[in-house]
Design a protein around this ligand. Structure first.
Ligand SMILES: Cc1cc2nc3c(=O)[nH]c(=O)nc-3n(C[C@H](O)[C@H](O)[C@H](O)COP(=O)(O)OP(=O)(O)OC[C@H]3O[C@@H](n4cnc5c(N)ncnc54)[C@H](O)[C@@H]3O)c2cc1C
Length: 380
């Protein structure tokens, strides 16, 4: 076993941290307040190679692994969870679905543009009536005159309103249930494809979340992604990787909340001494630091397994479940350590408290992670 990051990984962490502190930190409050999608920063991330981290260089990617991807998402999310979420949905949901299920032509058409940030991607599985039970998808694709005609609506799609390409799941054979759902590639501007309501959210407010609508949307046969009927099964593979990024997102926000709480506890004085000298505060910091370390190790284990082409269904669900739950607690304690100032926007920790809750919901709720893990445990 080797718990040390390589010099390249350490350099990546330094570079992303410097970028996040210089280019993101000064704007976090305003973006959150006004729900501004940080398009210019997303484009800069593309120019730096951070939007195609996990894709091979011959497809325009950076040729990194999931460990590096976790470092990237963690460092962005330590400063702003919204930016981490934008990159995660773009990379390990949209881009990776194309990468693992697309034919050579689809990969060549989409992955380089997604990697450079020329195009932004989104991934639509969830529907108003099909959330945790995603196999209950209602959006339908009917084969007609060698085309597919899509009708239906998706909800809660991250990046929807800024996406140049959307990967969406639709039923192509209702009788085949889970094996009758297919994935499609839809370019922005395709007639019959549009975005609907953009949600006003509790947290992650700089990321755009909203509806995707299909009204007699005609797609050519080449817009089918993967084999007909395999879209749902491919989605589960996509989510195995995606959940590692949500775990990294949670670790990053927990670390950001902890860093703020540690620094504040050394400055804030009550009863004639810094509050960090009180054992009650020290215990909170200890529990936060310990649980963040444990969550990061679970996340890196899942990433390492993924990098070694191993099945990660159980490990990515464990990492996502544990990291998101401890991150919610860490953000709560960070507010508590700040006392009344924790309630005030300028101190930053209330934003972690709001943002981090998404990690126990997106890409499968904590209850669904437990269900996934239980299935794996009982199967073994
Ligand atoms: C900010 C944000 C961004 C998102 N981004 C995307 C995206 O980019 N693409 C996308 O496709 N989706 C996205 N989602 C959707 C997200 O994945 C779903 O919200 C999530 O899977 C839960 O579905 P639901 O909201 O319909 O809740 P429901 O499925 O209705 O769940 C409600 C409650 O019931 C519980 N529950 C449901 N079934 C069971 C069960 N069998 N056992 C025990 N408890 C159960 C759930 O855990 C939850 O507590 C996003 C959501 C948010 C909020």
């Amino acid at each position: 076993m080797d718990f040390e990051l390589s010099s390249e990984q350490l350099q990546l962490r330094r570079a992303v941290r410097e970028f996040a502190e210089a280019e993101i930190a000064p704007h976090v409050l305003a973006w959150d307040e006004e729900q501004i999608f940080p398009l210019a920063v997303v484009k800069k991330l593309g120019a730096l190679g951070y939007l195609g981290s996990i894709f091979p260089e011959d497809l325009g990617g950076a040729g990194m692994g999931y460990i590096e991807y976790c470092i990237l998402i963690e460092e962005l999310s330590r400063v702003d969870g919204s930016v981490g979420l934008i990159v995660a949905a773009h990379t390990s949901l949209c881009g990776n679905h194309i990468f693992i299920a697309g034919d050579q032509e689809q990969k060549r058409r989409y992955v380089p543009k997604l990697s450079s940030g020329e195009w932004i991607g989104c991934w639509s599985l969830t529907e108003p009536e099909a959330g945790s039970d995603a196999a209950g998808t209602r959006t339908q694709a009917v084969a007609r005159d060698s085309c597919w005609v899509l009708n239906g609506a998706k909800t809660f799609t991250t990046n929807a309103h800024y996406a140049d390409v959307c990967v969406a799941m639709a039923v192509t054979d209702r009788a085949a249930a889970q094996h009758g759902i297919s994935a499609f590639l839809i370019d922005a501007g395709t007639p019959g494809y549009r975005t609907g309501r953009k949600e006003n959210k509790l947290g992650m407010r700089a990321s755009a979340t909203g509806e995707v609508i299909f009204e007699n949307c005609r797609l050519s046969g080449s817009q089918l992604l993967g084999r007909a009927g395999e879209g749902f099964v491919d989605s589960l593979r996509v989510l195995d990787g995606g959940r590692i990024s949500i775990a990294a997102l949670a670790v990053g926000m927990a670390q950001g909340a902890y860093d703020a709480a540690l620094s504040y506890s050394k400055q804030r004085r009550q009863f004639g001494r810094p509050i960090s000298e009180f054992q009650a505060i020290q215990h909170k910091l200890v529990d936060m630091a310990t649980s963040i370390d444990a969550a990061r190790l679970l996340t890196w284990r899942a990433a390492w397994l993924k990098d070694h082409d191993r099945r990660v269904t159980r490990e990515s669900a464990m990492a996502k479940l544990f990291a998101s739950e401890i991150a919610v607690r860490a953000a709560d304690e960070a507010v508590q350590i700040h006392g009344g100032y924790g309630f005030i926007k300028e101190y930053g920790v209330e934003k972690f408290y709001r943002d981090v809750k998404l990690c126990t919901i997106g890409e499968g709720t904590s209850e669904i992670q437990r269900l996934v893990i239980a299935r794996q445990l009982l199967k073994d």
